[in-house]
Design a protein around this ligand. Structure first.
Ligand code: ATP
Length: 366
């Protein structure tokens, strides 16, 4: 539905976006996630033909955004950061007005306006002045104007900014419902937003894409490959030693058993292309160690985001502050069996990331 290649926008010498390349498939809800100033709005304004790029190519629904802007605009609905609503109009007359501007044929207009109002939950307030609506309802009207011409693609810039918590939940649910039969790309700097609303994430920082994929894929990128969390009931030191010798395991980091349990947890880093699960099962069976848990570790989206967008020092500080039971270590949870510079507040995964960064820093001569 969207194909972007090498998209670049220069303001003088400043690169607001720098060689962005990505794809959004039909039917996906994709979050463009990045801190303030990352280049999200710039990207959206270019894709919606509101602003030209300096270099690069982009196609929307098969149409080139530079050569066929009118065809592109017919295929997409855009909700800018500040909704383009006229407070002195009633909801229905405003959406009718937009339908006319978007050249929705007269014979379809009544039906399409009604459908847009019903889909966005604004049919019951259709005769009220927009100025008298809550901010959440005004945002719904913004969505109604974006979809009144029945586009296949919606582009939403920070759609929950300025809303209260209840309105945020309602708008997120509405976006998910609208995404059932449309492609949606939304920008946000709010992590829970992408977690709750989007199937795929493009992380953008200082104008560049620093990560893309599902939440699970991004976690895997941050961890540097596959990792398993294993919980085994057995003598911890002996278990750790045996796990470290498993074919396919490149590194084992252990954490203390949770309170009230004698089953310690172990994070097993897996060598590329290897799968140590069968060997693990056979080991536990031969040693008669009950295998209580085997799953990928949960890396929070916060940690992925920080890792991809922040500097090393900030990554370390924020890893320590992240209150995630799997990440925060003993005393808050874990014992790093292999870490030489023990940091009591770091959990096994945070410790692993830190160690890995330090090792690569040394290799780079940093
Ligand atoms: P926010 O969430 O704050 O809107 P954003 O990710 O949408 O951030 P953009 O608005 O795309 O970021 O801006 C990207 C960069 O380009 C920022 O550093 C911004 O200051 C700069 N920028 C945006 N518009 C202009 C302009 N007209 N002239 C010069 N610089 C600009």
């Amino acid at each position: 539905m969207i194909e972007v290649e090498g998209l670049t926008k220069l303001y003088g010498d400043f690169r607001a976006i720098d060689r962005l390349t990505f794809e959004v498939k039909a039917g996906e809800i994709v979050g463009l996630l990045g801190p303030n100033g990352a280049g999200k709005t710039t990207t959206m304004k270019i894709l919606t033909c509101f602003m030209p790029a300096t270099y690069g190519k982009a196609r929307v629904a098969g149409h080139d955004i530079f050569e066929e802007p009118m065809a592109v605009k017919r295929q997409l609905g855009y909700l800018p950061e500040v909704p383009p609503i006229y407070p002195e109009m009633t909801v229905k007359s405003y959406v009718e007005f937009v339908a006319e501007l978007k050249e929705v044929p007269g014979r379809d207009r009544t039906k399409k306006v009604r459908r847009a109002l019903e889909e966005t939950g604004t049919w019951d307030v259709r005769d009220r002045l927009i100025a008298h609506l809550s901010r959440g309802y005004q945002q719904r009207v913004g969505l109604a104007q974006a979809l009144v011409h029945d586009p296949r693609l919606l582009i939403l810039d920070e759609p929950t900014t300025g809303l209260d918590p209840k309105q945020i939940i309602e708008i997120r649910e509405l976006i998910k419902a609208l995404g059932q039969d449309r492609t949606i790309i939304l920008s946000t700097h709010i992590l829970p937003e992408v977690h709750m609303t989007c199937e795929k994430i493009i992380v953008i920082n200082e104008g560049r894409i620093v990560g893309a994929g599902t939440e699970a894929e991004l976690s895997r990128t941050v961890l540097g490959g596959d990792m398993f969390l294993v919980r085994v009931k057995g003598p911890a030191a002996e278990v750790a030693d045996a796990l470290g010798k498993l074919a396919g395991a490149s590194r084992v980091v252990s954490e203390d058993a949770p309170a009230g349990s004698d089953a310690a947890g172990f994070f097993i880093q897996v060598k590329e292309g290897a799968d140590p699960r069968v060997a693990l099962f056979e080991l536990c069976a031969s040693k008669k160690w009950p295998l209580l848990e085997l799953r990928p570790p949960e890396v929070s989206l916060e940690q992925v985001f920080i890792k991809l967008t922040a500097g090393e020092e900030e990554t370390r500080r924020l890893s320590q502050l992240t209150h995630h039971p799997e990440m925060v270590g003993a005393g808050d949870g874990g014992t790093e069996t292999e870490a030489s510079d023990h940091q009591p507040r770091l959990g096994p995964v945070a410790q692993y990331l830190k160690d890995r960064d330090q090792a690569s820093g040394q290799q780079d001569g940093r």
